[in-house]
Design a protein. Sequence first.
Length: 218
Amino acid sequence: MVEENNFQSETKLDIESELYAFINTILNAYEKFKKGIIKDNFFQKKVRNTINDLVKFNIYLDENKINLSKLLKKMNFITQYYKAIEIINKISALEFSGALPEESRSEKLQDSKVINSTVLELPGITLEITSTFITLMDALKLKGFHEIELVNKLFYDLNGFLKKFPGMDDLRRKVKNIHKRMVSKYQDIENVNLFIEEIVDELYQTFKEFQNKLNLKG
């Protein structure tokens, strides 16, 4: 029994150390960026990589029924955590506004205001994105365009979930482009089944890209 208690204590310490490391990675990178020690691209890449680690960490907490809020309170680490969240949201806003045509920037900056979710919510959003991708592909394969309203709704839902996830704006644009192409062509296509296969394949490739970004596979 003593050995089991020791193991549980060590596990808790490991979890706290890991969370501490993730948050401080973001905070330290931000301080170095402000001082000009590291460049913008390196800073954003560092934060995005840490976001991916935090997502997997939060999924682990959720699977093991560990409450993040209580963990942060116990560690007296709430202030640092939410400072890191602010930095994550700043990165998301920069990604939306950068490298876009001038006429698109106001729309994208408006979209960036929607990104107010914290890493605490990301595991749930990850599951929503995964589920919607799978449901959308199944709906297309099983019902084709006979249930076009359902298919359109699933595309809109998927786009909405991707909008909530920091750093996924490139995938969101891909999903929007797939949807736009489908809507503009599906009524004039001679070989409907082949066109559906093409759309499903494009969605599947985008889904794999989402999984790879999070390193959720392998």
